[in-house]
Design a binder for this molecule. Structure first.
Ligand SMILES: Cc1cc2nc3c(=O)[nH]c(=O)nc-3n(C[C@H](O)[C@H](O)[C@H](O)COP(=O)(O)OP(=O)(O)OC[C@H]3O[C@@H](n4cnc5c(N)ncnc54)[C@H](O)[C@@H]3O)c2cc1C
Length: 361
């Protein structure tokens, strides 16, 4: 920690994406003052949470459906504008409208047990905060998941992850293998196939395409599946990963052209591409890993919240092992609507915790 010392606050919110902003909004509504009673810290340079880093060709028309933050309509969301711009602008306006005073860029390196029953939040540039409660809203974007495969280090071409996907232009004339059966993988493929010399899609399990609208029942079912994992203390899967791939016109057209013909996972990576044990090989200039993300919770390690299964068990939003810690945008609440609700639920419980001990020692 640096020389800024330690300041007492009631609540620290880490992360100013959908989940953190929802939490901050509800803290304010509950009568807490920013910079006096709570602080919001975010290590990204601008408003927008992870959306600010998403590739320019991810236009608003291509996202699954964003829920506005509580208390303010989302405006300026025309179909062909990049989502990064739409959401970045909206979050910035939201922070101003509700005077949420996000501190950025401020990185939280660790949260550990402090003195007087408080948690000590250690930051890169503001010293420490001794807080009575924590809303952890750090999302998943900063922790791309790269599976390991034999021969990976021998590949002479380029390997990159969705987290660094620059848009299709970078793949003109190249042979690209896309790994991963989620929404990002299919979107990358459909874009890249327009300009590449060839594309190959590889997934661990056969992809599931979903006919019909993604209604509330389907949403509830998906959330319940993730909730069950978290309840068992297992690492969560993303809500989006269990919803299946929506069959829209673009996907139907891509399937008709063969762009979404899928191969099972290869067995190894070679200098020049990928290979299966049955003798089949495919040459490639690029392997693009659209293999998802994992929750960003490393900074909470000193609190020992993890279960033997590797996940953090939560009850509602509260960590089962520490009632001062709430995880929002985690597991079942890792969607824009889930994050909204989780922010509200976390603040309701935190308010009760603070009211139980109003002097704040
Ligand atoms: C490609 C893609 C498309 C998606 N599309 C949709 C969609 O259409 N609809 C939908 O509902 N969901 C979608 N999702 C899921 C989506 O990411 C969530 O719904 C939501 O935006 C996540 O919000 P969040 O606040 O939890 O996380 P984030 O937006 O990731 O915000 C977390 C914030 O925490 C900050 N942070 C992290 N670690 C630290 C630290 N140690 N110190 C300080 N700050 C830190 C980061 O800088 C970031 O600003 C998509 C996800 C992906 C990957």
């Amino acid at each position: 920690m640096n020389d800024f010392g330690v300041r007492d606050v009631d609540v620290v919110v880490i992360g100013a994406g959908q989940a953190g902003l929802s939490g901050a909004y509800h803290l304010r509504r509950a009568g807490l003052e920013p910079d006096r009673d709570f602080v919001v810290l975010d290590h990204a340079p601008r408003p927008g949470g992870a959306w600010q880093f998403r590739w320019p060709s991810l236009t608003y028309a291509k996202v699954h459906g964003m829920h506005a933050l509580p208390g303010m309509e989302l405006t300026g969301a025309t179909a062909d504008r990049p989502s990064s711009e739409v959401i970045g602008g909206y979050f910035g306006a939201y922070e101003d409208a509700f005077d949420l005073r996000v501190h950025r860029p401020v990185d939280v390196g660790a949260v550990r047990e402090g003195e007087r029953g408080r948690l000590l939040v250690e930051t890169s540039s503001e010293g420490g905060y001794a807080t009575r409660a924590l809303i952890n809203a750090t999302g998943t974007w900063d922790r791309p998941f790269w599976p390991r495969h034999p021969g990976q280090e021998t590949f002479r071409g380029r390997q990159l992850h969705t987290a660094n996907y620059p848009g299709p232009g970078a793949f003109a004339g190249q042979r690209v293998v896309v790994v991963g059966g989620g929404a990002s993988g299919t979107q990358h493929l459909m874009e890249i196939a327009e300009v590449a010399a060839g594309t190959t899609w590889v997934t661990r399990r056969p992809p599931v395409f979903r006919e019909g609208p993604f209604d509330e029942d389907a949403g509830r079912e998906a959330v319940a599946m993730v909730e069950e994992r978290v309840r068992l203390g297992l690492p969560p899967r993303s809500v989006v990963s269990v919803t299946g791939l929506p069959l829209n016109d673009a996907v139907r057209a891509a399937r008709a052209k063969g762009v979404l013909d899928r191969l099972p996972m290869f067995d190894r990576i070679t200098e020049h591409g990928v290979a299966w044990n049955d003798g089949r090989t495919i040459e490639a200039d690029v392997i693009l890993w659209a293999t998802g993300f994992r929750p960003v919770v490393g900074h909470l390690a000193p609190l020992r919240l993890r279960e033997p299964g590797g996940g953090i068990r939560i009850e509602g939003t509260r960590a089962a092992r520490d009632e001062r810690v709430h995880l929002v945008g985690y597991g079942p609440s890792a969607s824009t609507i889930g994050a909204n609700r989780a922010g509200r639920a976390a603040v309701r419980e935190i308010k009760r915790l603070l009211d139980r001990n109003p002097v704040g020692v």
